[in-house]
Ligand binder design. Structure first.
Ligand SMILES: [Fe+2]
Ligand SMILES: [Fe+2]
Length: 372
C-alpha cells in the first residue's frame, strides 16, 4: 500500500472493495493497481481468499494473473491461515461464522456417537410383561386404506392404559404420481391425511414410545427436493419422540420391585420381496448388524414373526440358549380389485398391528399369545 493508504483499517479496505465483491475483474478495471493493492491487503496475500471474494469458482489463469500483478507491485503471495485468530474481515453478515467458529462447530458435530432412545416403562405391581403394540404402514390417503381397522387399533391401545405403541413409518401414502396413482388415487389431500393422523393418534400420544418415518412419508418432499419430513412434523404436533428411519430403543421396565431392561431395534424396512423368505432374510440381516432382544420392521405389508436362537454363555459360564424375536409388521393397506397391487398379484395379507410382550420375570420377548 502507498503511504497514503497505510493507515486504512480492514473495515476501510473492505468498504472500498465491497462494491466489487463477486464481480470478478471489475475491481481491476475500475480501480487499477490500487484495486490490486487493496485486494492483497484485504486477503492478506491469499490467492484463495482473493478468488473467493471476487466470485471465481474455479480457474487456472485467474490466480496466475493476480499473482503476477501482485509480484509486479512487489507483493508476495501467502498461504491463508487455516485457523485465523480473527474472523475474516469480509464476513458479509454481522454475526457470521468465522473459520475458527465453523471448525469448532463441525468438530463438535462430528465427535458425537449415535445413541439409543431410552424409555422408562412403569407397570403395576404384579404385571408379568409389558405389552408393546407395533404399528406400520397405515398409508392414509387412498381408498385402499383400512381406516376402520386403524381406528379400532387406536381404540384398543387407548383401552389398555399400560400398553405402549411404536410407529414404524409410512403413515401417509402420498402417491400423487407414479404407477399406483391411476388405479388407487389419493382421495384425501395431504393436509386432510395429516389432520386424520393427528385426530386418531392424539388420544394415544401419551402411550407412544416414538414414531419412525417411512419411504412413502417422504415421497412428495423428495420429488420436490424439499428438506421436509411430515413424520417429524407429526411427532412435533403430538409431542412424541421422532425416531428417524431406524434406531435402537432401550427399555427399562419396572413393576413393583421387579425390573428388567431390553433393547429393541427398529427399521422402517427396505426392498420389495414378496416371499416370506425375503422378509426373514431382511430381519436376519438386521440381527447380524445390530445387537438387540427384538427386531421390528414395516414396509413389506405382511406380518411375519420368527425367533432366532444362538448358544451363548451366562454369567457363570454355562451354555444357554439366547433367543431374539424377529417381527415384520403388517399394514393397513388392502389389495383391492382393479388396483395396481391386484394387477401385479400382491398377496392379500391379514392387516393390523403386531403385539409383543417384554417379560419381567425370565428374560424373553415373545409375540402375544406365545408367552408359555
Ligand atoms: Fe408401506
Ligand atoms: Fe415403505
Amino acid at each position: 500500500m502507498s503511504d497514503k493508504d497505510a493507515g486504512l483499517s480492514p473495515q476501510d479496505i473492505l468498504a472500498e472493495l465491497e462494491p466489487y465483491r463477486g464481480r470478478k475483474g471489475a475491481y481491476k478495471r475500475e480501480l487499477g493497481d490500487r484495486g490490486l493493492l487493496l485486494l492483497h491487503a484485504l486477503c492478506d496475500g491469499s490467492l484463495q481468499g482473493a478468488m473467493e471474494f471476487l466470485g471465481y469458482a474455479q480457474s487456472r489463469s485467474v490466480p496466475e494473473a493476480i499473482k503476477n500483478n501482485w509480484a509486479r507491485l512487489g507483493l508476495s503471495v501467502k498461504q491463508r491461515d487455516s485457523s485465523p485468530a480473527m474472523p475474516e474481515p469480509w464476513l458479509r453478515f454481522q454475526g457470521g461464522e468465522s473459520t475458527e467458529e465453523l471448525h469448532k462447530r463441525y468438530l463438535k458435530a462430528t465427535s458425537g456417537a449415535d445413541r439409543a432412545y431410552e424409555y422408562s416403562w412403569e407397570l403395576p405391581r404384579g404385571r408379568k410383561f409389558a405389552r408393546l403394540v407395533l404399528v406400520a404402514d397405515t398409508h392414509l390417503g387412498p381408498r385402499s386404506m383400512d381406516y376402520p381397522l386403524w381406528v379400532q387399533t387406536c381404540e384398543d391401545i387407548a383401552c389398555d392404559k399400560h400398553c405402549r405403541w411404536l410407529g414404524l413409518g409410512d403413515y401417509f401414502n402420498l402417491s400423487h404420481s407414479g404407477k399406483h396413482t391411476e388405479s388407487d388415487p389419493e382421495i384425501l389431500t395431504f393436509e386432510q391425511c395429516f389432520e386424520l393422523a393427528l385426530h386418531t393418534m392424539r388420544p394415544i400420544a401419551p402411550q407412544c414410545i416414538g414414531v419412525h418415518s417411512g419411504n412413502h412419508d417422504r415421497r412428495v418432499a423428495r420429488q420436490a427436493q424439499l428438506d421436509f419430513d411430515p413424520v417429524q412434523a407429526l411427532a412435533r404436533e403430538l409431542r412424541v419422540p421422532y425416531l428417524g428411519y431406524d434406531g435402537f430403543v432401550r427399555y427399562t421396565l419396572t413393576a413393583g420391585k421387579r425390573a428388567r431392561s431390553y433393547t429393541g431395534y427398529h427399521h422402517h424396512g427396505l426392498g420389495g420381496g414378496k416371499k416370506r423368505g425375503y422378509t426373514l432374510n431382511k430381519l436376519a440381516e438386521f440381527a447380524e448388524t445390530h445387537r438387540a432382544d427384538y427386531y421390528a420392521m414395516g414396509h413389506l405389508h405382511e406380518e411375519t414373526i420368527a425367533s432366532q436362537s444362538a448358544h451363548r454363555l451366562d454369567k457363570d459360564g454355562r451354555v444357554e440358549l439366547g433367543t431374539v424375536l424377529l417381527v415384520a409388521v403388517s399394514s393397513y393397506q388392502r389389495v383391492l380389485s382393479g388396483t395396481h397391487a391386484a394387477n401385479v398379484n400382491v398377496r392379500p395379507a391379514e392387516l393390523g398391528a403386531s403385539i409383543i410382550h417384554l417379560h419381567l420375570g425370565e428374560p424373553k420377548v415373545v409375540a402375544e399369545g406365545k408367552d408359555e
